[in-house]
Design a binder for this molecule. Sequence first.
Ligand code: SF4
Length: 472
Amino acid sequence: MKKKLEGHKIAKVDPGSIGEELELEAGDYVLSINGNEIEDIFDYEYYINSASITMLVRKADGEEWELDIENDYEDLGLTFENGLMSEYRSCCNKCIFCFIDQMPPGMRETLYFKDDDSRLSFLQGNYITLTNMKEKDIDRIIRFKLSPINISVQTTNPELRCKMLNNRFAGRALKMIDRLYEAGTQMNGQVVLCKGVNDGEELMRTISDLTKYLPYMESVSVVPVGLSKYRDGLYPLEPFTKEDAGEVIDMIEDWQKKIYAEHGTHFIHASDEFYTLAERPLPEEERYDGYIQLENGVGMLRLLATEVEEELLSLSGDEEEGLVSIATGRLPYTYICKYAGWIREKFPGRTIQIYPIFNDFFGEMITVSGLLTGADIICQLKDKPLGEYLLLPINMFRSGEEVFLDDVTKEEVEKALQVKIRIVKSSGHDFVQAILHPELEVVEEEEPSMPGADYGYEGYELDEIWQEDDEL
Ligand code: SF4
């Protein structure tokens, strides 16, 4: 018996689109294209990228239409109910460093979802382990020429990778990198560094092995594991000390010199967190190779410095008076103070009060500002002089909303502290403007990444899946 196709429900048909001309409507289901079932959005995009297609549609009343469409490579103007046109793939690992396992109970459900979905790597830049992918998935990436793919490598030692990911197939999955390399697929890599596990000689081996994938592997970041205070029963991991961080940087900078001499790119990068921990100066701008690993906390502080300098050069100083406060994580604190100092040199009438917030919610070892909560901000600033405006980086807030990680809202913090909150976008321009003109808030939407604060990499993997809770 022929299997009944489930199809993908259309949520919206753009006015004036081919879809509207064909009398497609929200609620209709696309069942197949050219006789092929559609697995997900990549299949759909692949099949409609054609001069003509045959699409099977089930109308809301159950009637099936077979449409021969001359679309001449044009988009059909259809939006589907599920943006990915598929369930999200969750991971099949139990990594010793997983930040999701170190979260307190009671947070919103989406924060506990462990995604490991190659589609999200292409669509949102997520890092994936390759452990839940099959050869046919790799074939499809190669056939559709999808890239870049962002890979959580952790180590190139297969046995150690199995141990770190708690997955006996994790070592074998590394072979997929060879296939992607042979097909010329662009890749980026990431190593979440765990002290005494994949550092030292193991890191040396990993970097050496990964250089073989140049130029298709474009960059690799090394980030320290994030350790919250909720680690009971988990693998014993220790934080990196200042000396450890210095050693990691020394090794990486040696490799950068070697690789640059041979390939003209620095390739391997230590995250900002290693530099602040080691109390070392940040690398110069050229060494970030165009800030290819910003989302992993590599180069945010350097980029902010450059942008603040550029913004200040474009402004004429004045003597006007003003007072603003800034709350930030302990990691970027000294840099924020330094950059605020540059602003004060040109605008000496401005008073800028900067408060480093201790992360009581996750514990003292979490120092980025992107993981601070509304409750910690209220508690630590409640008796402090704040002036009329408190500046907070955008990545303290849920994407596109004014809600902190702990579901406390911006309004609640404003009310508790009797201050107006100005959200600062992730640019030096906005940082300077927010200090000089806190009353003029820019309202365009932006991704949640603020200098010195980050939570997109697996050291702090809190990428939320923006789907309906009930789909999880
Ligand atoms: S770190 Fe990522 S891959 Fe590992 S268990 Fe957590 S969510 Fe899964």
